[in-house]
Design a protein around this ligand. Structure first.
Ligand code: NAD
Length: 493
């Protein structure tokens, strides 16, 4: 490790961090008084003991959301908008505290955490603006016999289930459009990273209270057993919407559980992003984009470049330059100066990454850099480049969720596209080419919800984020994001 471990959660932040269940505007212990520990993945030290929500807590939270639903639906859009704008201002004002929490419980370097906080806040600002623009339609029926009025109204109480890898962005992407649309929510944060959610929820709680708005609009139930909370909620007819971000496997389970209630669902699931580099690409830009697309959060992002598909003419040059760039990265605790790659989230994640690399090497891949664990404490893995990887290796076919870049070589454009599409996933793809005609063919032919053309980052609060195939249903961000929380009523008159 290149940097020394110095800090976990700053004491001033820890002192103001709620660790309970939030129901109807009040933080309280879980029923039964159970707690679970949240640890720093960079030091393995416990940061806080958090209330371990139960079925009873979950149902009380839904009861509070349901009780607030009518008043929140009728609250003027401008009032909802002003609330969100105030939450945005508070998030920005407390960006350093929030970043410290994201780094402490999630591990990413502070600069990345701060960027995540500002990115998350941007969703809140965008939907504060969108809250007053949710539109319907009025027109004369084509037959001329009557008029058609299309109204939009909030779908109702929503359950928001989030993953650990972007503890503030993932909740902001759901919470902001839900509140803008007029839906009260129950949040089930990831077990590994509930502290950031608690801080943000407390900002919303305080703003609701200050404006005398219904307290049950935002409720939070952390738990060590997701099923214990989601099971009873999904079976309860008061719940009208599920928005989930996480693995495809859990998404499938939740879709099945949502079927009986014919629940509206949004699913932001796993990915296996191809990163295509063609012979005519600007290689400097491609390498820069590759590092951005691969290494944010040590490779633990759903939009992480998972497979580097490189045309034969530039494969060696690209691999050599990527290896050099990875060699300049600094692995260490996210709170330490100069660190660019933090720890993985838990011990099992390091085992998983190491196994994929070992199997690839056994199958003939060449480790150009990395390929090993780093340090004795914390869950660190070295930035790794694998060359000459066969396309059927697990490191190519599975979501790696770690700092490993396997390079697979292809010949023709058609072959590259076929490799890129040869997966059940379709969240994002990246492609580097200097040929605009090819770029447009890729936009039409790649089976993906998002495409970064000569760009290693695609996310933006004002753009529709989401996948096709097993990567999900629905979109977050932009105009599409609020649609997920609205239903359509047609009035003939
Ligand atoms: P996960 O599916 O294990 O967990 C996600 C959430 O679901 C957590 O809150 C977890 O507690 C909860 N959960 C787990 N099992 C559950 C069950 N049986 N019933 C109800 N809830 C349950 O995923 P993770 O490990 O937290 O996150 C990583 C995964 O998330 C990766 O696959 C990644 O690609 C995906 N992800 C997708 C996006 C996207 O926008 N498409 C964004 C971030 C992460």
């Amino acid at each position: 490790m290149s940097a020394t471990t110095t800090s976990t959660l700053p004491p001033t932040v820890a002192a103001h961090l709620p660790t309970g269940v939030l129901v109807a505007g009040r933080w309280r212990p879980a029923h039964g008084g159970g707690t679970f520990a949240v640890a720093d993945p960079g030091t393995e030290e416990v940061l806080a003991d958090v209330a371990d929500g139960t079925e009873e807590d979950a149902l009380e939270a839904l009861g509070a959301a349901d009780a607030a639903a009518d008043a929140w639906r009728r609250t003027a859009p401008r009032v909802r908008s002003d609330l969100l704008r105030a939450v945005f201002d508070e998030m920005v004002a407390h960006a350093d505290d929030l970043a410290a929490i994201v780094t402490a419980e999630g591990g990413k370097p502070l600069a990345e955490s701060r960027a995540e906080v500002l990115y998350a806040a941007e969703y809140v600002r965008w939907y504060s603006e969108e809250a007053v623009r949710a539109e319907g339609l009025a027109r004369r029926a084509p037959a001329g016999t009557h008029h058609q009025l299309v109204l939009r109204r909030p779908v109702g109480p929503a359950l928001l289930v989030t993953p650990w890898n972007f503890p503030i962005a993932m909740i902001a992407r759901k919470l902001a459009p839900a509140l803008a649309a007029g839906c009260p929510v129950v949040v089930k944060p990831a077990q590994l990273t509930p502290l950031t959610t608690a801080y943000v929820a407390d900002i919303v709680r305080a703003e609701l209270e200050a404006r005398d708005l219904p307290a049950g609009v935002v409720n939070v139930v952390p738990t060590s057993s997701a099923r214990r909370v989601s099971g009873p909620l999904l079976a309860d007819p008061r719940l009208r919407k599920l928005s989930f971000t996480g693995s495809t496997e859990v998404g499938r389970t939740l879709l099945k559980a949502s079927a009986d209630g014919v629940l509206r669902t949004s699913m932001e699931l796993g990915g296996n992003a191809p990163f295509l580099v063609f012979d005519d690409a600007d290689l400097d830009a491609a390498v820069q984009g590759a590092v951005a697309a691969k290494m944010r959060n040590a490779g633990q992002t759903c939009v992480a470049a998972n497979r580097f598909l490189v045309q034969a003419g530039v494969a060696e040059e690209f691999t050599a330059r990527l290896t050099e760039a990875f060699g300049r990265l600094v692995v260490g605790h996210g709170a330490d100066d100069g660190v660019t790659v933090g720890p993985l989230i838990e011990a099992a994640a390091v085992d998983h990454v190491d196994e994929l690399v070992t199997r690839a090497a056994d199958g003939g891949a060449v480790i150009r850099t990395g390929g090993e664990r780093v340090g004795r404490r914390g869950y660190f893995y070295a930035p790794t480049v694998l060359a000459d990887v066969a396309p059927d290796q697990r490191v190519v076919t599975e979501e790696i969720f770690g700092p490993v870049a396997p390079v697979v070589t292809f010949g023709s454009e058609a072959e590259g596209v076929a490799l890129a599409n040869g997966t059940e996933y379709g969240l994002v793809a990246y492609a580097y080419t200097g040929d605009m005609g090819r770029a447009m063919r890729l936009a039409e032919d790649l089976e993906t919800g998002m495409l970064g053309l000569n760009r290693g980052m695609v996310s933006d609060a004002s753009a529709p984020f989401g996948g096709v195939k097993s990567s999900g249903l629905g979109r977050e961000g932009g105009e599409a994001g609020i649609e997920e929380y609205l239903e359509t009523v047609y009035v003939a008159l």
